[in-house]
Design a protein around this ligand. Structure first.
Ligand code: HEM
Length: 485
């Protein structure tokens, strides 16, 4: 028993092992409080590779971004789905997708992700543009938003959330049979926020019955997607339609399980996109010169196609036009660099020597977790000068996208990783960038925007470090009014 309590000892060839003196909990508390600082301090003491015992698991962190490619290409020995296959069902409330219960389902689900990309991206992007315009026109372009040029003051996160949540929902799941918008979207969004606040605890596998109302709220959210409700909706994306058809093929899957899968996709499609929109908007509104550069770029692209913009007509931006918005893309990527803190996790499938550069390799044991923490790279002053500063043109060079970034004089293969890496990379990443571009384009074309004076700078709340885009510590007030062109 004493041996068990003490845990394991470092063997030859293994990285330095840091256990923490409370058995089991290990370093979890310190890590949870501020993962970035925790890892930076350990890197100073122990070097680029070290193993930490966190909540009963041995996690080996690879801190040098020059070594990332070695990890990412180890597909066979380092599996991603072993981890996600356990955590996601627990969090969203569906039974694990094992081949015993649902033969072939995992492969089919992975295949469905293609419907977020390629040709399907064009129709998704068109649909999103229409839905964004619908929500903007009905909620923010009406008479109340100062036809006479009056300013209206609102909270920025709340604003991004209400617009993006509904427009994304309509684009993914479609609209009700007899109206263009779903009733009760406000309540659904509030419930979603309550669930989302508990998300880090669920991911850490804290039993849901310990989390107050969370279980009841999750049930309400899941019930929204029951098959008999969804079947009456129209304009549903091909992606969601394919998944519904797929679930129908399994007698073993109950209606609530199908609904829980759809709910998980709702989380995936807005959980990171809303904070990402917030940060991109915040940095642009905080730097009026940058905002003006981006606005002119959008106007130029529209004029190129002979479209004259005026505020009494709907604007459309095709996928091709969105692709040309270089400054807008740099602004979004720069805000993703500053706000993303996702952890990339792989589980070792066997004991093996993980080859690093040259002759160097470290021993890894079966079941250990190998983790990359790209926020450390995003905030490395050697790679990004003044890493805390938002620079509009950070990702532009000679009128093109800048892709060369260096560490120790060597060019980095991976230098910006908000969407994960390799086999676990986010399948919605192209759609996400497009919809953030569309959201910002509409904002900049229709409205004058200003931050309210007397507010402190927005800072990231690190409590969900490791899980994606960080939220702001507090919301920010801004004002807007219709632009008179
Ligand atoms: C997975 C980031 C938007 C769908 C992921 C992962 C990350 C991520 C980091 C997990 C990778 C890992 O654990 O290694 C983001 C960010 C977004 C965004 C930063 C917005 C700025 C979207 C959107 C959709 C989407 C809009 C869908 C419409 C998914 C799905 C997965 C995923 C389905 C799971 C993939 C799997 O199980 O293999 N995303 N995402 N994401 N994302 Fe996104």
């Amino acid at each position: 028993i004493l041996g068990l309590l003490r845990g394991r000892n470092r063997r030859d060839g293994e990285p330095p092992l840091i256990k923490g003196w409370i058995p089991f909990v290990g370093k979890a508390l310190e890590f949870g409080r501020d993962a970035h600082t925790f890892l930076e301090e350990h890197k100073k003491k122990f070097g680029d590779i070290f193993t930490v015992k966190i909540a009963g698991k041995y996690m080996t962190f690879i801190m040098d971004p020059l070594l990332y490619p070695n990890i990412i290409k180890h597909g066979r020995q380092l599996d991603f789905h072993e981890f996600s296959g356990k955590v996601a069902p627990f969090t969203f409330g569906y039974p694990p997708v094992t081949s015993r219960n649902f033969p072939g389902l995992q492969e089919q689900i992975s295949r469905s992700f293609q419907l977020l990309q390629g040709d399907s991206l064009t129709s998704l992007t068109e649909s999103m543009m229409g839905n964004l315009m619908l929500v903007f026109r009905q909620d923010h372009l009406g008479e109340r938003t100062g036809e006479e040029g009056d300013w209206k003051s609102v909270s920025m996160y709340e604003f991004c959330n209400s617009v993006m949540f509904e427009a994304t929902f309509l684009t993914m799941y479609g609209r009700p049979a007899s109206s263009s918008r779903h009733h009760g979207m406000g309540v659904l969004r509030e419930d979603f926020v309550k669930f989302d606040n508990m998300f880090p605890l669920l991911i850490a596998q804290i039993p849901i019955w310990l989390l107050g109302q969370t279980k009841a709220i999750r049930k309400k959210l899941i019930d929204y997607f029951l098959p008999h409700k969804m079947s009456s909706w129209s304009n549903t994306s091909q992606f969601i339609r394919r998944r519904s058809e797929l679930f129908e093929q399994y007698d073993t899957m109950r209606d609530v399980d199908k609904a829980a899968h759809h709910f998980a996709i709702l989380w995936a499609s807005v959980g990171n996109t809303v904070p990402a929109c917030f940060w991109a908007m915040y940095y642009l509104v905080s730097q009026p010169e940058a905002l003006e550069v981006v606005r002119q770029e959008i106007l130029d692209i529209l004029n190129l196609r002979g479209v004259k913009f005026s505020s009494d007509r709907d604007v459309t931006l095709s996928k091709e036009q969105l692709d040309k918005l270089l400054y807008l893309e740099s602004a979004i990527n720069e805000s993703l660099r500053l706000s993303s803190a996702s952890m990339n996790i792989r589980v070792a499938q066997e004991d093996f020597g993980l080859r690093l550069n040259g002759e160097r390799s470290v021993a890894v044991r079966k079941g250990d977790i190998i983790a990359l923490y790209p926020q450390s790279m995003h905030m490395d002053p050697e790679i990004y000068e003044e890493p805390q500063t938002f620079r509009l043109d950070r990702y532009i060079q000679d009128g093109r996208e800048k892709t060369d970034f260096y560490k120790d004089g060597q060019k980095l293969k991976y230098y910006r990783m908000p969407f994960g890496s390799g086999s676990s990379m986010c399948p919605g990443r192209y759609f996400a960038i497009n919809e953030i571009k569309q959201f910002l384009s509409i904002l900049l074309l229709y409205f004058d925007l200003q931050l309210e004076e007397g507010q402190t700078r927005a800072t990231v709340d690190s409590s969900r470090a490791g899980l994606g885009i960080l939220l702001p510590t507090t919301d920010v007030r801004f004002r807007y009014r219709l632009r008179t062109v």
